[in-house]
Ligand binder design. Structure first.
Ligand SMILES: [Ca+2]
Length: 457
């Protein structure tokens, strides 16, 4: 067809396209990846106790996603989903003790970018199978360790060599990140760097410069903390009664953990500032797609619980910030339901690479460019396989307004329906109210259909 176009028109089209391609064909990509970070852990998302100017800046100069979620809230499944763009039903990581080998069958975002000529680095907590903490396929530079690690004096695996680090882990990881950013690269070789902090994951031992700085702030229990245990679904009652060290009735321990959790965010923020300073100094800040997110959220006393995995909002909602001035208008606030699985296709899209057909996440580029573009209006939450509770299957459907949760065990089913508008703290179960029967039936049916589609039934 184009051969029939007058040559002048063809030249005009070609000429019109070329100058508009101001975006570098292959931008740098920086992923700031934390561990167990709640959505409300930033001043820009409403935290009243801490200031997080570096992270806030990324959102203010880019996009803040106000309804970003993980589809399985636990460390290993959350990491696998982000790295592969796939749900647990496909990548197969359902708990924190996955079989070595299974996950590795799936390409990670680093595999894609490595093949595209990127200089790739993973610096920080990995927490997926890698015996000895050694290098993983797809990464040219590797600074990590095996398992959950320690906040202090962590022994690091640096490209296969064991290196004893001293001091606070987040600081030492950032040292390595700055060394990587300052290292020699070919001029046409963009970087993909993941800086993966252990913060604010337990143990609640902040950097010495922050420890105790929040001793003065109130550590009030969330409104739902003291709701009667009998008001919880049976499965949560078991967890509540077994919560042990997380018990909310120890006020002193609760206050310490809450304050230390926020203090652990301060050393994420000041280290992110160091990275932003380095990118500014090298002139690379504007050519770098920056993403900030985490592997799962965290309940901090809500419903009397202090953990992740469950489908309550603080457990599954996560921060997601993106900055890339060439493609993202500053100050965007996004209210679409997005998943961390969406980040791999988004990165590949921004970098001009094809998204493989088996990736289940969706590129966020269309809604970043046009917030009215069509988007998903619900998703299926797949709770992890809880140790000792293997018989319980928890699934949830999250929509803009309603959340439907189903617990199945031994042939029985318990259901919950929450209305985000009237009950943002998720304390009133509407599932038995006749007026909600049609909503309940609709969401129950969609859950069954989606579970079949994903191979979960
Ligand atoms: Ca985690």
């Amino acid at each position: 067809m184009s051969s029939r176009l007058p040559m002048l028109v063809v030249l005009w089209i070609l000429g019109a396209c070329a100058p508009e391609s101001r975006t570098p064909a292959r931008p740098n990509v920086l992923l700031i990846f934390t561990d167990d970070q709640r959505y409300d852990s930033l001043s820009i998302t409403g935290n009243p106790y801490i200031q997080t100017p570096a992270l806030d800046r990324i959102a203010a100069e880019g996009a803040l996603f106000r309804r970003a979620y993980v589809s399985t809230s636990r460390c290993c499944p959350g990491r696998a989903a982000l790295l592969t763009g796939k749900h647990a039903t496909l990548h197969g990581v359902w708990n924190n003790h996955p079989e070595p080998g299974g996950f590795a069958a799936h390409d990670s975002v680093a595999d894609h970018l490595d093949r595209a000529g990127y200089r790739t680095a993973w610096i920080g907590k990995w927490h997926l199978p890698n015996p000895g903490g050694g290098p993983v396929r797809g990464f040219d530079r590797w600074v990590s360790y095996e398992g959950p690690g320690s906040h202090f004096d962590q022994v690091l695996n640096v490209d296969g060599e064991s290196v004893q680090s001293e001091g606070f882990q987040a600081d030492r990881l950032t040292d390595h990140a700055l060394e990587f950013l300052g290292g020699a690269r070919d001029s046409d070789e963009p970087f993909f760097l993941t800086l993966a902090f252990k913060n604010p994951h337990v143990p609640m031992t902040p950097a010495p410069r922050h420890a105790g700085t929040l001793d003065h702030v109130p550590a009030a229990l969330p409104v739902s903390a003291l709701d009667p245990v009998s008001s919880l679904p049976a499965f949560y009652r078991v967890l509540r009664n077994a919560s042990g060290r997380h018990a909310i009735d120890d006020e002193e321990a609760f206050a310490h953990d809450l304050r230390a959790y926020w203090e652990l965010m301060l050393s994420v923020d000041d280290n992110v500032q160091r990275v932003l300073d380095a990118l500014t100094a090298s002139g690379e800040l504007e050519d770098t797609l920056i993403l900030v997110t985490t592997d799962n959220g965290q309940l901090l006393g809500e419903h009397g619980l202090q953990q992740k995995g469950l489908s309550y909002e603080p457990s599954i909602q996560v921060p997601l910030l993106m900055r890339f001035p060439e493609r993202i208008q500053a100050g965007r606030t996004m209210d679409q339901l997005v998943l961390t699985e969406d980040l791999l296709p988004t990165v590949l899209d921004v970098c001009g690479l094809d998204v493989p057909g088996d990736v289940q996440g969706k590129s966020l580029v269309p809604i970043l460019e046009d917030p009215s573009a069509p988007w998903r209006d619900r998703f299926l939450y797949l709770a992890p396989a809880f140790g000792g509770e293997e018989g319980m299957i928890e699934r949830a459907v999250v929509e803009e307004r309603f959340k439907y949760v189903s617990f199945e065990a031994a042939g029985t089913r318990e259901e919950i329906l929450f209305d985000r508008q009237s009950d943002p703290d998720e304390r009133v179960n509407l599932a038995t109210q006749p007026g909600q029967a049609s909503t309940l039936a609709r969401m129950r049916q969609w859950m069954e259909d989606e579970r079949r589609r994903l191979g979960d039934l």
